[in-house]
Ligand binder design. Structure first.
Ligand code: R5P
Length: 298
């Protein structure tokens, strides 16, 4: 059954939806959104939506996240009221994913709350581009798929045989593995080491020697740029030659871009899941890989 691909409003969502529709060879439309003078959200479905039994709604939850969440709830409810039961929700950037457990007593598990709400609001199935932890998708309580963008992004990277992919920490090791395997190069992650004499703390690749080699740091999110800048600085100190970065979601808040550039990074590649708030990363359109994950039958 062919779905109507619906951009849920906003530059990122509508462009992503347009590219997805093209890859699926499916019809495309957008939701009209506006903000009332008091700050409340308004959404209106396009007229043609009611003539489809199946809709693929694309809504990225990038900045301002709370506005996006409010619009998305309204959109899902409006689709249900139009009798459209088959709703596939595609979220290029899933916000609130890093608060995935109760770190301190009494804290809300934000991703659990959000996914439960989206399911209850009418999303039948969910496709997300590289959520912070794929296990979190269990909170959706229905079919939920994490789409890895790195294998597709690998096609756009310049590497040599001696390039090495490095994760900034063990949490991103799987990401480094996926990208490195697609590129056919080595991979590793940074571990904290403490000098026994001076007590100085530094981060070094666990096993791989980066001296004189080109390095690609991979992570899911760049927010303040602190993780990437620190990692790049350490890799530079360990003798790395050119350092590039691959990220799924380049939020690049505040002075993130200048911090990253000052740390010696040459290029930052990012997926088209968010609108970076600073800098000029090289944006790769990953909608075709989401189309492939959807199976071409939507
Ligand atoms: C953390 O677990 C994430 O995977 C990212 O490493 C983190 O969100 C990056 O944040 P920042 O750019 O502020 O260091």
């Amino acid at each position: 059954m062919q779905c109507l691909v619906l951009g849920g409003g906003g530059w990122v969502s509508d462009n992503f939806a347009f590219s997805l529709a093209r890859a699926l060879n499916a019809p495309f439309s957008t939701v009209y959104t506006k903000v009332f003078p008091d700050g409340e959200s308004y959404v209106r479905l396009p007229g043609e939506a009611s003539s489809f039994e199946s809709v693929c709604l694309v809504k990225s939850l990038d900045y301002p996240q709370d506005k996006g969440v409010a619009e998305l709830i309204l959109e899902l409810d409006a689709l249900r009221e139009k009798g459209i039961r088959d709703v596939t929700l595609i979220v290029p950037y899933m916000a609130y994913a890093r608060q995935d457990r109760e770190f301190l007593e009494g804290e809300a598990v934000s991703i659990r709350a959000l996914l439960r709400i989206l399911r209850a609001a009418g999303a039948q199935r969910l496709y997300v581009v590289e959520v912070h932890k794929a296990e979190s998708l269990k909170y959706f309580g229905g079919e939920a798929v994490n789409v890895s963008p790195y294998e597709y992004m690998a096609k756009f990277l310049e590497v040599d045989d001696d390039t090495v992919v490095i994760a900034p920490d063990i949490g991103a090791y799987g990401r480094a593995e996926r990208l490195a395997k697609a590129l056919g190069v080595e991979f590793d992650y940074l571990v904290k080491t403490r000098d026994r004499v001076t007590g100085e703390v530094s981060y070094k690749p666990k096993e791989v020697n980066v001296e004189g080699r080109n390095v690609i740091i991979v992570d899911d999110i760049i927010s303040t740029g602190g993780t990437i800048a620190k990692s790049a600085g350490m890799l530079r100190a360990a003798g790395a030659r050119r350092i590039d970065v691959v990220a799924a979601h380049a939020l690049l808040v505040g002075d993130a871009w200048s911090r990253i550039m000052a740390s010696g990074v040459t290029r930052v590649y990012a997926a088209n899941t968010v609108k970076p708030q600073s800098g000029s990363p090289i944006i790769i359109d990953v909608a075709p890989t989401v189309a492939e994950a959807l199976g071409g039958n939507r």
